[in-house]
Design a protein around this ligand. Sequence first.
Ligand code: ZN
Length: 355
Amino acid sequence: MDSSKLFSTTNASRESHKVSGKAAISLEEWRGWGTTSTVPAIVTQVVHDLNLLEKDVDADMVFGGNHGKLSGDFKVQEDKKHRAKYQSLGDSQQKLQFFSARQIACRVLGSRGYLCQKCWLPADDCMCSKLITCPLWNRIRFWLYMHPKDFLRQNNTGKLLWQVFGVQAATLCLYGIAEHEEMMWDALKLAGKDKVWCLYPNKNAAANSVKDSMAELSFAHVEEHPEMTDGAHSLNFILIDGTWSNSGAMFSRLKERYKLMWGEEEIPCIMLNTGASLMHKLRPQPSWDRTCTAAAAIGLLDELHGLPNFVSYGLDKQAEALEDAVEVLLEALTARRLRMGRSITRKQRHNRDIL
Ligand SMILES: [Zn+2]
């Protein structure tokens, strides 16, 4: 490794680091980040291609921009190559899958050894020891339908769901990754179309309230058979975990697949009463997006708890556990900003009593 070269290639980033010859992503590493699938074949392919390119171009693979993006000379070379590859792909499906795989491969390689795999925070700011887990009622399953650009982002709140409830109760599904999308749709198919809802905080989408969607459901049958804990009896809630501008395309993809599977034009959507105000409260950072995923889950659990048919499952406590986790994350992010000497904007919103 040539250290003079390292410093000549870091102008694009504050926090570059260099590791040459990236090892393939093992199943253990892949699952360590919170996913439950096998290593996606196309992600493995992208890592392989990046390594080949590094040998070809005589520039080291360097990551900057919070370690998730390529930087320096290698980035220039890789940009040309991935743009050509993207152009050569025949259809939009292949283009999306390649885009997602490249994003994810870069994020995993760049974050290796830098982020805590569980909480996605830099090791110095790891919040894992402060987090309290809580079992989710076993008839509810959350799906975090996450945009690749939000994968391994420290201020992502979707990851809190599986940190608190576990990966079987709150499962990551990466947008455009076949292994993840197949796994989710297989489980949804098993559950049936009347047990699938999407939480999409878009006023333009047709959506029902929690009460209208859920007040008639009865669990008497499944409660008599506690052995029926398989996915067929779960209520499945898909949470779109992406920026506002990306969420439209993500929702369209869900709708398309739902239609393909069940022949229905619309995927049932739920609109939360408390959604707007709760999300507003939970947006303490300039970078916090409008669609705060944990807030949506908290709002849903709280509203469900308010219905007579859901009142006895401890959903209020489960919502509280998630709120506590959001607080822990906010404190960790605040401590990090202070440690890095950055300003704390909207500081007053970190106070506990806002929640
Ligand atoms: Zn951690």
